[in-house]
Ligand binder design. Structure first.
Ligand SMILES: Cc1cc2nc3c(=O)[nH]c(=O)nc-3n(C[C@H](O)[C@H](O)[C@H](O)COP(=O)(O)OP(=O)(O)OC[C@H]3O[C@@H](n4cnc5c(N)ncnc54)[C@H](O)[C@@H]3O)c2cc1C
Length: 293
C-alpha cells in the first residue's frame, strides 16, 4: 500500500529544508508533517516506528546544517497552536516546544517574570533550546527548567525533572525524545527592569554578532574555558571562504551563507577551521551545530 493511503496525518513530500533553516541551506525532507495535536503526533510516531522510518523534529531550524541531498524519513514541525502555548502558573512559565523564544521572552517581560532575558536574540524555539541547552555567557536554559514533558518514539508521554535530564554545556539528555513542553521557574521583577536587561542583551548581540546574515549561530562549542571564536580568529580565518560559505569578520565562530552556499561548502570550511585550530593549538573543536544527513 502506498504511504498516502496509510499515513495517519497529512503530509507533504520533498519539502525544501533550506526554507526552514536560518542558514537557508539544505535539500529536501522526504516527508514533512505538521501534526495538529499530541494525539496526531503520537499516531505518526507509532506509525513510523512500525515502518522503521526515521522522524526528526525541527524547531526554528537555527542550529542545524542540512545536507544538500536532504534527509530521508519524516521531518516534523510542532507549529500547531497546541504545541506553541505559553502560560503562567504561579511563579513558573509553561511553554510549548514550538513556541519561539522571542515570544517566551516577551511573555515573561509582560508578566513581570525575570530570568529568561539572556535568551534574547537566540532565534530558536523552546523545544530546540531545551534539547541543545541554549544559552549565553554563563547562563543556559537548563538553569531555568523545572521539568519537561516529552514523547518517546513509541508515542509514550512522560514528565522528566531537570535533575534527570543531564543538562550540561549545550547538551541535554533529550536527544532521543520529542520535547512537548517545558516548565521554567522564574523570579518576579518589574517589567521595566526586565525590558532594560533585554535591551542590554540586544545591544551586546548587535556588537558581537552583526545582523542580517544567514547562519546557524556558533558553529563550534567553546572548548573548556577557551573561546572557539578567539581560537579561530587567532588562526587568521576571519573572512576565509569555501564557495559561498564564509567565516564572519565580526564573530569568527559564525559561518555565514553568503548567497547560495551549499552544505558541502560549510562542511569544507568547518574542516578547514578544525584542522587549523588543531594544528596551532592542539585543540579539537567540536561542532555546536547539528548536521542532518
Ligand atoms: C544568529 C544566531 C544566534 C544564535 N545565538 C545562540 C546563542 O547565543 N546561544 C545558543 O545556545 N544558540 C544560539 N544559536 C543557535 C540556535 O538558535 C539555538 O541552538 C536554538 O536553541 C535552536 O533552536 P531551534 O528551535 O532552532 O532548533 P533546531 O535548529 O530546529 O533544532 C536543533 C536540534 O534540536 C532538535 N529539536 C528541535 N525541537 C525539538 C523538539 N521539540 N523535540 C526534540 N528535538 C527537537 C532538532 O531535532 C535538532 O536536533 C544562534 C543561532 C543563530 C542563527
Amino acid at each position: 500500500m502506498s504511504l498516502q493511503q496509510n499515513c495517519p496525518v497529512p503530509y507533504k513530500k520533498k519539502v525544501r529544508l533550506s526554507r526552514h533553516t536560518t542558514f537557508g541551506i539544505g535539500g529536501p525532507a522526504q516527508f514533512w508533517a505538521e501534526p495538529g495535536d499530541v494525539s496526531a503526533l503520537s499516531d505518526l510516531v507509532r506509525w513510523c516506528r512500525t515502518r522503521r522510518m526515521r522522524i526528526r523534529v525541527i524547531g526554528a531550524g537555527s542550529n542545524i546544517l542540512v545536507a544538500d541531498r536532504g534527509v530521508k524519513g519524516f521531518v516534523v514541525k510542532l507549529n500547531a497552536p497546541c504545541f506553541c502555548g505559553i502560560a503562567r502558573v504561579n511563579g513558573r512559565v509553561i511553554a510549548g516546544a514550538g513556541a519561539p523564544l522571542a515570544r517566551l521572552i516577551a511573555f515573561c517581560a509582560g508578566a513581570g517574570l525575570s530570568g529568561a532575558e539572556f535568551l534574547h536574540g537566540i532565534p530558536g524555539t523552546v523545544g530546540g533550546a531545551v534539547v541543545g541547552n541554549a544559552g549565553s555567557g554563563t547562563l543556559s536554559i537548563g538553569d531555568l527548567v523545572e521539568f519537561v514533558v516529552v514523547m518517546d518514539y513509541n508515542g509514550k508521554i512522560s514528565k522528566l525533572e531537570a535533575k534527570d535530564i543531564g543538562f550540561s554545556y549545550r547538551r541535554s539528555g533529550l536527544d532521543n525524545v520529542i520535547v512537548l513542553q517545558a516548565c521554567m521557574r522564574l523570579s518576579v521583577c518589574a517589567p521595566s527592569v526586565i525590558r532594560r536587561r533585554i535591551a542590554q542583551y540586544a545591544r551586546m548581540r548587535r556588537l558581537t554578532q552583526g545582523s542580517g546574515w544567514r547562519s546557524a549561530g556558533c558553529c563550534f562549542k567553546n572548548p573548556g574555558s577557551e573561546s572557539a571564536g578567539r581560537l579561530i580568529d587567532a588562526c587568521g580565518l576571519k573572512g576565509s571562504r569555501c564557495g559561498r560559505a564564509v567565516v564572519s569578520r565580526i564573530h569568527a565562530n559564525f559561518i555565514l551563507n553568503d548567497g547560495r552556499a551549499a552544505a558541502s561548502d560549510v562542511r569544507r570550511l568547518m574542516r578547514r577551521i578544525t584542522s587549523a585550530v588543531k594544528k596551532k593549538f592542539g585543540i579539537r573543536l567540536e561542532p555546536e551545530i547539528r548536521i542532518w544527513q
